[in-house]
Design a protein. Sequence first.
Length: 214
Amino acid sequence: MIMAVCPVCRAGETRPFMEVEGRFYWQCGHCQAVWLDPSQRLDADAEAAHYRLHENRVDDPAYRQFLSRLANPLLERLGDGLQGLDFGCGPGPALAAMISEAGYGMQLYDPLFADHPEALQRSYDFITCTEVLEHCHDPAAVLALFDSLLKPGGWLGIMTGMLSAEIDFAQWHYRRDPTHVVFYRQATFACIADGYRWHGEFPSRDVVLLKKPA
């Protein structure tokens, strides 16, 4: 198998990382991202079927508590009257509801559950992306899209399970989800921020806030 380019930063410094349960993973020597070999991804129908098993509800207190790890620090950084996009909102857009309840306008986009391409034709003061980026086959393209949609000075809030030194990748529950195909470290997001000249903050585990230059 040959993997020439990192799907996150586009660097050509890829190398084998690990084989687990017959699944082969690569790592980027530049941004430290890890990803499943593309030949081993689920096909589109199987992937969509897995997503439809999700039972996240807008009114679920536990789900809202989970999402507050991103919502709270993001809201602390937002001014009044701003407009945002929840990218990959899923079947139960609880985060968008939470931010709307705080007084902000929200648009939804999800290729399966909220396929509104017109939402990607405008600009935003902030974008949220929770438990999405690990599913993306081409995260570099998604990150470039975010940069194009964000207004100067805008915020991008991302939540995804992040690899760290204490995690045993082979046993990691996050790896076992068959739709999770790319895994990030804090160093990965630091690299992304440097590439776009964004300012990056890590307010809690698995959450990164990135600010586009004004």
